[in-house]
Design a protein around this ligand. Structure first.
Ligand code: SF4
Length: 249
């Protein structure tokens, strides 16, 4: 089967454990104000690649990936769930570690969808789930989408005993409120399979892509965030996790 793929990075070290083949899927239903990949939004804006071709690329460099594997990111890989499932099932046949980096925005609980998600999840080793904002109204403001189904997706993965790595991009003035990060911590604490939580400092590297696409950059004037400024936010996250654990015990 062929899928719309934006690009492939051969030696990724940021999206999952070890060195990984990172496959950027084309297409995304969200419009996050801080998105640095607006060129992935339109699903038809790239060529198609067969899943076997992707695995051939993996095979070429496979000695590098022994502690890593394949990561599907984007864009939103779940928009092409059938292709993604085929890719991951073929990867598992070769004992390759599979990681899905997703916003969870397309999750829904219809019978047909759940069957597809069940099948995908059984060939997925790790899910990196981006929580854009823990407050439902602010989530809509930042992404243009409700967060309800994303929260449900996190719980669905947890019920499936899937390892979950939570990510949250910290944008000064938008997603850096300590109380809200603490709430995020409480939410994470209730997930028994959350193996890692990561706060990512905002950067404006996508600006040039907006210019090239003739789009206005929504965060014009927002400065990149220093990593050091994450310290109090990690402390807030830890407080939230502690509180959440106390509440569940
Ligand atoms: S979910 Fe990811 S790719 Fe989609 S708009 Fe948000 S940051 Fe961009």
């Amino acid at each position: 089967m062929e899928g719309y793929i934006h690009s492939i990075e051969s030696f990724g070290t940021l999206d999952g454990p070890g060195i990984r083949l990172v496959v950027f899927f084309q297409g995304c239903p969200m419009r996050c104000v801080y998105c640095h990949n607006p060129d992935t939004w339109n699903i038809k804006a790239s060529g198609k690649i067969d899943s076997d071709e992707i695995l051939k690329i993996y095979e070429k460099n496979k000695s590098f990936y022994k502690d890593g594997g394949i990561t599907a990111t984007g864009g939103e890989p779940l928009l092409q769930i059938d292709f993604l499932t085929e890719l991951f099932e073929k990867a598992k046949q070769k004992s390759i570690h599979t990681c899905l980096d997703t916003s969870g925005a397309v999750f829904n609980e219809s019978k047909t969808s759940i069957e597809k998600f069940d099948r995908l999840v059984s060939s997925t080793d790790l899910v990196i789930l981006d929580i854009k904002h823990i407050d439902p109204d602010k989530h809509i403001k930042i992404t243009g989408h409700k967060s309800e189904n994303i929260i449900k997706f996190a719980r669905y993965l947890d019920d499936k005993n899937k390892d979950i790595w939570i990510r949250h991009v910290v944008v000064p003035g938008l997603t850096d409120n300590e109380d809200e990060i603490e709430k995020l911590g409480c939410f994470v604490a209730a997930l028994k399979n959350a193996v890692f939580v990561e706060l990512l400092p905002y950067h404006s590297m996508g600006v040039k892509k907006y210019e090239a696409l003739g789009l206005d950059y929504p965060l014009k004037g927002t400065e990149d965030m220093d990593k050091e400024k994450l310290e109090p936010l990690y402390a807030a996250l830890k407080r939230g996790i502690k509180k959440g654990k106390n509440n569940t015990n």
